[in-house]
Design a protein around this ligand. Structure first.
Ligand code: GLA
Length: 715
């Protein structure tokens, strides 16, 4: 059965995913509305809904129908949040779109529906695209705008081009889940009552952002981690963006998502097309946990470039030595890392140009001759001889004014004439919208990777974009906000296609650039510069709402933590970092032999269970991380891994049992000691889910008690 069914007479299209249906309808008044989004229905069940549409009646002051539209325009009798805003020649606004046809197409990995519209007067062509996959509940949508006028005709000014608006079905109440945060405090989960009016999450910084992430989930206020209906909307874009939910008094709620921030305009010239990034939507009746698992599965199946690859354990000396890198000291620490079982050695900032601190050198991407007198070859070879892959930190979009690059090309930075170029971290941003800048960046990155067989790049972006001008594009400078991000994507894509073995980590002062756009071209994300295991628990909890553990890099670093000063036992630090892609980032010269031995054991143990962590289904259990006992469980085939955390001893005892989720009730699971492989206690899935896994003896201690439990299905 095709996942896209249509009733052309009634102008209904119904998209089916394994568990859900998403349906649209061109209403008699010509508006394209969302007919249904929820549990799976057949097209025959969906079509009669066209007769039952109960748009609350309006008045001469408002017509409440625009919230149900798939792409409400700025125009006609609409006063809601427009998803599409166009100014036509002569300053004419108020687009009038008319349905112009549909196309259904089978693609290699899914099915696609295009619904086309044209303006009744001006040559504007608008196509709403939809894609569904046979094994994912995520619906993908995006929009293409095209100016069909002849050369020489005036451009259309696009003030807003969202990828789509999603209608949450009528419920008695609404609540939203989202993340907020800051540098070193990313992805803090917020779950609040949805107010009436307009609620906007946005980013104007030019990366994805630390203070919000482009997604929003909705429920009626009763969903829990494993129960209840949840609707989720995300945007796959790494530049500025806006997601606005509007909750109406008449009982409707819509979420429109798109790239660019308010005020940014795009001049659409004759024959030019503007394609928006995808917005993704998911529905589940299995609670927030099921929503996250649907996102994770989708990311693994259709977003990440190499989801099947097992992520290596890496070492990075940033927190150990900061900018103080050189051939000899890096090799010394590499030996220690290799001895622990590390598989990938990454040299961070400080290896190039005059970059001995953050005041100079960005842009001069050749090895610092004082630190690497023979180039990077000896270090790269040395690392490989130790049996590890070799990676490097780069920050291609940035330049320090104190650099040869800036002295030669001051015009390459993002700037306006007659305006200051404000520095942050003593750096400016190169305009990746420019062809010459992209050619330069691709050129040196390509040589660097080729010359040293670089296996891994940590691609950083350490400041927000300000004074976003592009003087050569006077009159249309705002396209910088879109073209810069597209330019970054293009350089990464080119680099990956010439170097298919290359793996890339996305970083922007920690987790400032994580979204489904960058994840389509990077393998993991540096989740946060904050490596304090306690803070990391809430950061990782928020991260996991949308993004899978396979893309969540987590290091074990020194204690007291260099950023927060908190002292946390090594075992707890390992248990937190092992719940994602494990890395080591401490100063190994200062670790005692017992600590090194413990680390070796934990790294070996991680390698035995990482497939379940990186590729399995993830369940969040227990209390909010950091408060009381919390846990993360992964289920992958016969393998189950559970990390239990109890950071603070409390007056009352820790819970005795932790009820697991997602097991086969009739199967038997046996505990296998993580480090020794010793086999232990057996219980059925039913018992582990109904009565629970006994945990008190494992986390009965004082502060910072944690446990890692491995279970295997034996029959
Ligand atoms: C950013 C990153 C860090 C490190 C530094 C180097 O802050 O998030 O991990 O790479 O840059 O300057």
């Amino acid at each position: 059965m095709t996942p896209i069914a249509a009733d052309p007479d009634r102008r209904v299209w119904s998209l089916s995913t394994p568990n859900t249906t998403y349906a649209m309808h061109v209403a008699p008044d010509g508006r394209l509305v969302q007919l249904y989004w929820g549990a799976r229905l057949s097209v025959d069940e969906v079509v009669p809904l066209t007769q039952q549409r109960t748009t609350a009646s309006g008045s001469s002051f408002h017509l409440p129908g625009d919230v149900e539209e798939q792409l409400p325009v700025d125009g006609g009798t609409r006063w809601g949040v427009p998803s599409l805003q166009v100014t036509f020649p002569g300053g004419v606004r108020s687009a009038e779109l008319e349905f112009a046809g549909d196309t259904v197409e089978a693609e290699e990995n899914g099915h696609r529906l295009d619904l086309a519209f044209t303006d009744g007067h001006f040559p504007l062509h608008v196509v709403l695209h939809y894609r569904v996959r046979e094994d994912s509940d995520v619906v993908e949508r995006w929009v293409t705008l095209k100016h069909l006028g002849a050369e020489g005709e005036e451009p259309f000014v696009i003030g807003r081009a969202d990828s789509g608006s999603w209608l949450a079905p009528e419920r008695a109440d609404y609540r939203y889940s989202a993340v907020t945060g800051a540098w070193a405090a990313e992805t803090q989960l917020v779950r609040e009552h949805m107010p009436f009016g307009e609620f906007t999450l946005a980013n104007r910084c030019g990366n994805t952002g630390h203070h919000a992430n482009p997604w929003l989930m909705l429920d009626d206020g009763t969903a829990t981690e494993e129960h209840g209906e949840v609707w989720g909307v995300a945007l796959a874009w790494s530049g500025t963006w806006r997601i606005t939910a509007q909750r109406r008094f008449e009982g409707r709620l819509a979420v429109t998502a798109g790239f660019g921030h308010d005020g940014v305009t795009w001049q659409l010239r004759p024959a030019e097309e503007l394609t928006t990034p995808p917005t993704l939507g998911v529905y589940t009746d299995g609670g927030f946990g099921a929503a996250s698992r649907a996102w994770h599965r989708h990311a693994r199946a259709y977003v990440l470039p190499h989801p099947e690859a097992v992520r290596p354990v890496l070492y990075n000396s940033w927190e150990a030595v900061w900018f103080d890198v050189n051939e000899q000291s890096q090799l010394e620490i590499a030996r220690k890392a290799a001895d622990l079982g590390v598989e990938l050695f990454v040299m961070d900032d400080g290896w190039f140009g005059k970059r001995t601190n953050d005041r100079a050198g960005l842009g001069d991407w050749w090895p610092n001759p004082d630190r690497f007198p023979n180039g990077l070859g000896p270090l790269a070879d040395g690392v490989r001889k130790l049996g590890m892959a070799f990676g490097l930190w780069v920050e291609p979009e940035m330049v320090n004014p104190d650099s040869d690059l800036y002295r030669a090309h001051p015009d390459w930075t993002i700037h306006f004439p007659h305006r200051r170029r404000d520095e942050l971290r003593q750096q400016l941003v190169l305009n990746f919208g420019r062809d010459d800048v992209r050619a330069w960046a691709h050129g040196w990155l390509d040589r660097l990777v080729a010359d040293h067989g670089i296996d891994f790049l940590k691609w950083d972006m350490n400041r927000a974009i300000s004074q976003g001008g592009w003087p050569e594009r006077a009159g249309d400078q705002d396209r910088l906000w879109i073209e810069h991000t597209r330019g970054v994507y293009e350089v990464i894509d080119r680099l990956r296609s010439t170097h298919p073995r290359l793996r890339i980590e996305s970083c922007s002062g920690g987790g400032g650039r994580v979204d489904y756009g960058i994840l389509a071209r990077t393998d993991e994300v540096w989740t946060s510069d904050n490596t304090d295991a306690y803070h990391r628990q809430s950061i990782q909890h928020g991260y996991s709402q949308l993004y899978p553990a396979a893309a969540m890099a987590a290091w074990v670093t020194d204690s007291p933590n260099p950023i927060t000063g908190r002292t946390v036992p090594l075992e707890y630090r390992f248990h937190v970092a092992m719940s994602g892609v494990l890395g080591i980032g401490g100063n190994l010269h200062e670790w005692s032999s017992e600590e090194l031995a413990q680390a070796r054991e934990w790294i070996a143990a991680y390698k035995r269970i990482r497939v379940a962590i990186q590729h399995g289904d993830q369940y969040r259990l227990g209390a909010e991380p950091g408060r009381g006992l919390s846990a993360v469980e992964y289920v992958h085939g016969d393998d189950v891994v559970v990390f239990v955390y109890h950071p603070h001893a409390t007056v009352s005892p820790a819970p005795g049992h932790l009820r697991l989720v997602g097991l086969d009730p009739d199967a038997s699971y046996q505990e296998v000691a993580l480090t020794t492989g010793e086999r232990g206690h057996t219980a059925t899935g039913r018992v582990l889910m109904a009565a629970g896994l006994p945990v008190r003896r494992r986390v009965a201690g004082g502060d910072w008690s944690s446990a890692a439990v491995r279970l295997q299905r034996i029959r």
